[in-house]
Design a binder for this molecule. Structure first.
Ligand code: 13P
Ligand code: SF4
Length: 305
């Protein structure tokens, strides 16, 4: 089957089976093109709870599809590729949180959305990068343990006054590879271009940047700016939307290491197979676990604004 035929088949299957396709901003371009919704983790999570459909095909990584299922248990949720996993999500376990809470009863545990359902269930509140500062600022507790991303945790603690925020020692192996020297070098090559970075980057990189935000916030910032060129410090997938929305502006990737191979595993053919019921993996979550994880996600939505 040619790519065009596949695209047509996907459209037919979407209509026949009342499917909506969700794609994260880091997905391959051909996948983003057939998606009904493309966005950051917060946007896609909220949408999963609100959208009217029978089936969600999630093109992203496993924790994202699990989040969609937690928020929307009556829908069938399919992750396009079974081993599309975020390594950071496995840098903390639910048992780690249970052990920590035993020793530190006065701490509120905040889990980044890049975690397993078990970790969300053991935590008190969940956050995505776009709402993390607002949510944690609104939590009625002084002592916070943020898991698992130490770079995002340190960034949040610099933005909020009057809270004792400690971070777990996890990290994103894509964003954490970027170095300050790369920012300095790119600025020399592209004089005057603002540097926009994701908060999963190291502090030394964030300190050099002009703007720090989630994938969608970076897209929004560049789109609303009068500047003509930008240095982008997040995964290369965002460049598709940035260039489509801003054909008269230039975008330079901050570092060649900004490729998430897990996000790139999904191809157009995987989306077709999932829609045809011949591929992908259906997400199933035991009801007690789901309800506990849901509390953390609902707390996020309630405290986000
Ligand atoms: P966003 O919430 O900014 O989309 O980020 C998700 C992610 O995995 C970043 O690496
Ligand atoms: Fe996980 Fe990093 Fe990939 Fe985001 S970019 S999905 S945090 S490995």
């Amino acid at each position: 089957m040619t790519e065009n035929q596949m695209r047509l088949e996907i459209e037919k299957l979407k209509a026949q089976k009342n499917i909506k396709i969700f794609a994260h901003n880091y997905q391959n371009y051909e996948v983003q093109q057939v998606a009904d919704y493309v966005g950051d983790s917060f946007y896609l999570s909220k949408l999963a709870a609100e959208v009217d459909c029978d089936q969600i095909i999630f093109c992203g990584v496993k924790f994202m599809a699990e989040t969609a299922k937690t928020l929307s248990p009556d829908k069938k949720v399919i992750l396009t590729v079974e081993d599309a996993l975020c390594p950071m999500a496995n840098m903390i376990s639910a048992q780690d949180i249970i052990d920590f809470k035993k020793e530190h009863e006065d701490f509120c545990v905040v889990a980044y959305v890049n975690t397993t359902t078990q970790v969300k269930a053991a935590a008190d509140v969940c956050v995505t990068s776009s709402v993390a500062v607002d949510v944690i600022d609104n939590i009625d507790a002084e002592n916070i343990l943020f898991v698992p991303d130490m770079n995002l945790g340190n960034y949040i603690s610099e933005q909020i006054e009057g809270k004792n925020i400690i971070s777990w020692n996890g990290y994103c192996n894509v964003h954490d590879r970027v170095r300050k020297e790369e920012v300095i070098q790119k600025r020399k090559e592209h004089e005057g271009y603002p540097v926009l970075v994701h908060p999963e980057c190291r502090k030394e990189v964030l300190d050099e940047a002009d703007f720090v935000g989630s994938t969608s916030e970076i897209i929004e910032y560049a789109t609303n700016s009068d500047e003509k060129g930008f240095i982008i410090g997040t995964e290369t997938g965002v460049l598709h939307t940035l260039r489509n929305m801003n054909p008269d502006k230039e975008f330079e990737l901050l570092s060649p290491s900004l490729i998430c191979f897990n996000m790139k595993k999904t191809t157009l053919s995987d989306v077709y197979s999932a829609a045809a019921g011949k591929g992908g993996i259906e997400i199933e979550i035991e009801e007690g676990l789901r309800k506990n994880a849901l509390k953390s996600l609902e707390n996020m939505i309630r405290l986000s604004g």
